[in-house]
Design a protein around this ligand. Sequence first.
Ligand code: COA
Length: 167
Amino acid sequence: MIVIETPRLILRHLTLEDTEALASIYADPIVMKFFRSVRSPEVTKQKIEKIIESYEQDGFGLWATIYKPDNQFIGRCGLIPQIVNQCSELEIAYLLAKEYWGRGLATEAAIAIKNYGFEEIGCNRLISLINHDNIASQKVALKTGLTYEKDIQMEGENLRVYAIARN
Ligand SMILES: CC(C)(COP(=O)(O)OP(=O)(O)OC[C@H]1O[C@@H](n2cnc3c(N)ncnc32)[C@H](O)[C@@H]1OP(=O)(O)O)[C@@H](O)C(=O)NCCC(=O)NCCS
């Protein structure tokens, strides 16, 4: 099911058939530098199963991200519920295969996800939680219109909170 379409991207529901494609991205230590570890195909499958549950429970989640010019699966982007300092938040999340970095694709996805969050889901605020050293991700957040709000500690990690409110 297609959720969002942009000039260069399709964001659609993930299915278990995406396991191999996503697992090969999750196996790349450069892509996963700011995550706890690379992820095995088995863990990737479990993650996709949880994401499929989230479509049913929340109506949204992380979506398969397809690059239209070559019809390739290039990552997953979307919305993740988070609890930050005991408050419920909705996070704009993005992760792409490194061959596709540096073309403005994460920003294109993030802007479309922001608009979807405000206009389709009706949320009043969106955030991104980003490792201090993840400069590319912070730039994407800024280009999407989010601004730096505060630093937090979450599960032993120092994270920067970027946020945007619906005007
Ligand atoms: C973060 C990520 C999604 C960005 O994807 P992308 O499609 O390359 O992003 P964009 O091209 O839209 O924008 C990236 C910006 O960061 C800049 N950038 C990239 N690496 C950088 C670095 N090491 N230092 C400074 N700037 C950097 C780019 O030049 C670009 O800025 P510009 O438009 O001003 O030139 C991608 O790097 C990724 O998948 N990383 C691994 C997963 C991850 O960390 N996700 C975020 C978790 S919070």
